[in-house]
Design a protein around this ligand. Sequence first.
Ligand code: TRP
Length: 452
Amino acid sequence: MTAAVQRREGFASRLGVLTATLGSAVGLGNIWKFPYMTGDGGGAAFLLIYLLATLLVGLPIMIGEIMLGRSARSNAVGTWKRLAPGSHWYLVGAAGVLAAFLIMAFYTDVVGWVFTFIVKAASGELNAVDPKVGEAAFGAMVSNPWHSLFWQWGVLILVGSILLGGVAKGIEKTTKILMPVLFIMLLAVCVRSLMLPGAGEGLSFLFKPDFSKVTVDVVLNAMGLAFFKLSIGMGTMMTYGSYFRDDADIPFVTARVMLADLLVSLLAGIAIFPAVFSYGFTPAAGPGLLFMTMPAVFSSLPFGQFFMTMFFLLTGVATIGAMLSLFEVPVALFAGSGLLGRKPAVIVTTIALAVFGVPATLSFSTMADVTLFGKNAFDLYDFLSSNVILPVGGICICLYTGWIWGRERAQEALSNAGTLANAALVRVWHPLVCFVTPLLVVLVLLRGLKVF
Ligand code: TRP
């Protein structure tokens, strides 16, 4: 190990490697996207497809991306420059940094809504069984430009101040506290929801397989979700991989993160749907479910204000780790370039993200009419990152690790230079990243671009 490598900060403990990586995976994807996609896609039928997508698309790329980051011990751009000097592979990393800005811009906007709703729920303002109350509160919130910007910038300052602490004392320490807190709060809301009369209907909505609802789009949605959920394809996992300890078992950590993340998604579904059905509401998709239906659902049940506040609080808690990992991508790049120290890099990134986020946030008010390709900034940022950069990045990681590195070099890296006996696993992983995974991602990409 060279001196330069030793000086670089990383995750200090095995548990920290796990909680930080899990923290990145867990987020709005679990509490927002997963439940309604499962509902729309035929319950358990979707779950089965999502599991398959995670195994064939998500895990192979995540393993490859973390492996590259740990091998190079550098940021999203520096990793490519170190591993493939003199080539154009670093452009994959540069696109990833752009994606981090795009995702953070709309992500922090939504998290700002969540934080606002924590306050509104706690104050009792949302105590009404009529979804129109939540609807009105939501509409008033997003159409007020200064209010939205205030909360978005507040969220950025909060995340930035955690990152000022560094990798071990900032990211690792925070996720070690937040992940258990999230599980406990989620379990409490689940128990409350399951105890309601008629909870079974919600459970069967979530777990009864209905294969008649499975279409090509449902399958491709499941693959897209596997991408977004595991934070792959844009350098987040590469950056975190560069903080992994030398003795970390990459495939094992990855598998555990995937399972724990799946558990959070399932618990979110169990917290939401039995309560929704018990009070005769219909499960709406997207912001409607979280911000309009859920306040009315909670208002209907005993101790509703308490559980409503807890629900929005746990959603907020879930998003912190994801934002830390996205924010860390440009911070690691700026700090790694040698031009800035870590603290100035955090400050510069906070300001840059605040500026970048303005068009996304104002998409619901002042800038609602400003569109490109028929999309406002919020939708455009989401489209460019989720439908273009993430899949292209994923394909590049597959091709590079599978074809250029090849099995033997990957075996060396994934077995920690022969100390782990996982040759059989690498023998399964290698043909996947060479053929199966990139092929499936190409389909996601083409569908996302509406080619077919
Ligand atoms: N995985 C997070 C979620 O489910 C979001 C996220 C964090 C992400 N980092 C990412 C998505 C990188 C794509 C790429 O909410």
